[in-house]
Design a protein around this ligand. Structure first.
Ligand SMILES: Cc1cc2nc3c(=O)[nH]c(=O)nc-3n(C[C@H](O)[C@H](O)[C@H](O)COP(=O)(O)OP(=O)(O)OC[C@H]3O[C@@H](n4cnc5c(N)ncnc54)[C@H](O)[C@@H]3O)c2cc1C
Length: 425
């Protein structure tokens, strides 16, 4: 392997591989370094990719990408131990807005795209740190080896030890991350279609709050693939210490809940994984998204939008990878890769959906960290509906049932929380 490249990309996830493919296809000599066995082997997500970003990058993706099912059904459930209330949205529109997939397969596909554009992808090499000389990033260090380049794209994901060790990001605080645990359960296609009310190739994305996290901030998810379902739990780490059981047992309990048990009956557990995820949006960003000789993309940059019922990381990762590539191409034309020249990356991010959306929802995590949303309100909804539907000759209006069920929650709390949710999510 040559020891000098135009660009080194640290991390073969959606962000890094997009940057690599874009640069290699424009003639840049690109090296991608991945610590996992191969691209995709270390990547974890819930299950769905919003396709808008692929329309521009890979217009042929509908035929080529490892799509499992197109999401046409969305569910949100507020669940307690013995009752649950679900909002179920379905559409007959068949345009391709989002699809379920295995991130491992999707990233492997992106890896092949980058390689066929000419990028060199090296696996099973963990980068230790960036090589910084005279205040400028000039390459990366892995063990005793140093590899040099004009510019480095840091795409190492949320666990950004390379940035930390290089003095470019502080340690992650529990306030800005959540831990996700996930299982893949094999079921045959017809069983999935029957149990989840789906037609051929139709997919379901489902989030559930309350009981799955012992009423702490976070939630559960279920996605349908062709012949398996993925289910998982995400818990805001800030509240981890309040949990009375180890986090990995939450998923076991969730799988055994009466609502879920009948859906996974007869299924075979194929896979278990766990991963951190940034949940504080831009509040999880390192101090600088670019500097002399480097740019930061994807989760490592805090580019994840978490709105409780929507989680979007992959489209943000890919778009930031694309913009980093554009910025490097422009810097190459100027002939310099210093912070001033690379600041074009910041400008392009500002004009893109990445920063526009993350800024719009910059307070979402504060609302989503409010424990009342997962505890009092989940219990209130189910208690009120249980009473309302329990006809025993006592006259009950919906309003009085709600007032009875609200317990210690004041009407002021209710009004304030409703306004915060509507204004920030
Ligand atoms: C439980 C869970 C559910 C999620 N659900 C969704 C969802 O449904 N939809 C969605 O869009 N997003 C979802 N996300 C978020 C999504 O997975 C991420 O936003 C996305 O993967 C970020 O891509 P990335 O390329 O920035 O980082 P990653 O995918 O984390 O890739 C980083 C890569 O860098 C490698 N790496 C790390 N350190 C080094 C090193 N030192 N040297 C070499 N290589 C290194 C890693 O092995 C990895 O391959 C979810 C996340 C979690 C945890």
């Amino acid at each position: 392997m040559s020891t000098r490249f135009d660009v080194i990309v640290v991390g073969a996830g959606p962000a890094g591989l997009t940057a690599a493919q874009q640069l290699a296809s424009r003639g840049f000599k690109v090296l991608v370094i991945e610590r996992g066995k191969k691209p995709g082997s270390k990547n974890v997500f819930g299950g769905r990719i919003y396709a808008h970003v692929l329309d521009r990058l890979y217009p042929e993706y509908v035929k080529e990408a490892p799509v499992e099912r197109w999401v046409r059904r969305e569910r949100v459930t507020f669940m307690t131990e013995d009752a649950w209330t679900t909002v179920d949205f379905e559409t007959t529109k068949t345009e391709h807005r989002s699809f379920t997939t295995y991130l491992t397969n999707f990233v492997e596909w992106l890896g092949k795209k980058a390689e066929s554009a000419g990028a060199v992808v090296v696996s099973e090499v963990p980068v230790d740190s960036l090589v910084i000389k005279d205040g400028r990033v000039v390459g990366v260090r892995a063990g005793n080896d140093e590899v040099y380049s004009d510019v480095v794209v840091v795409a190492e994901g949320i666990n950004r030890l390379v940035l930390e060790r290089s003095g470019l990001a502080p340690k992650l605080s529990p306030d800005i991350v959540a831990l996700g645990v996930k299982e893949v359960i094999k079921l045959d296609k017809n069983t999935i279609n029957e149990r989840f009310g789906l037609d051929e190739d139709e997919g379901l994305a489902w989030v559930l709050a309350g009981y799955p996290t012992h009423y702490l901030p976070g939630g559960a998810f279920i996605y349908t693939n062709k012949e398996a379902i993925t289910l998982g739990i995400v818990l805001y780490l800030k509240y981890g210490y309040q949990l009375d059981i180890p986090i990995y047992e939450l998923i076991e309990e969730f799988r055994l809940h009466p609502l879920v048990k009948r859906l996974v009956k007869g299924g075979q557990l194929l896979e278990y994984s766990a991963h951190l995820t940034p949940v504080a949006g831009l509040n999880a960003s390192p101090p600088n998204l670019y500097g002399n000789g480097y740019l930061v993309v994807g989760d490592a940059a805090g580019f994840l939008l978490h709105l409780g019922i929507i989680i979007r990381g992959v489209d943000f990762a890919m778009e930031s990878g694309r913009l980093a590539a554009e910025a490097i191409i422009k810097a190459h034309d100027v002939g310099r890769y210093d912070a001033e020249t690379l600041s074009i990356y910041g400008k392009m991010l500002e004009e893109s959906f990445v920063l526009r959306e993350l800024r719009t929802f910059r307070n979402a995590h504060k609302v989503l960290m409010e424990p009342r949303l997962y505890d009092d309100y989940v219990k209130l909804i189910n208690k009120a509906l249980a009473r309302y539907f329990d006809v025993d000759g006592t006259p009950r209006r919906l309003g009085s049932t709600l007032l009875e069920a609200k317990g210690n929650i004041t009407l002021l709390d209710l009004a304030r929380d409703a306004i915060r949710v509507v204004m920030n999510l």
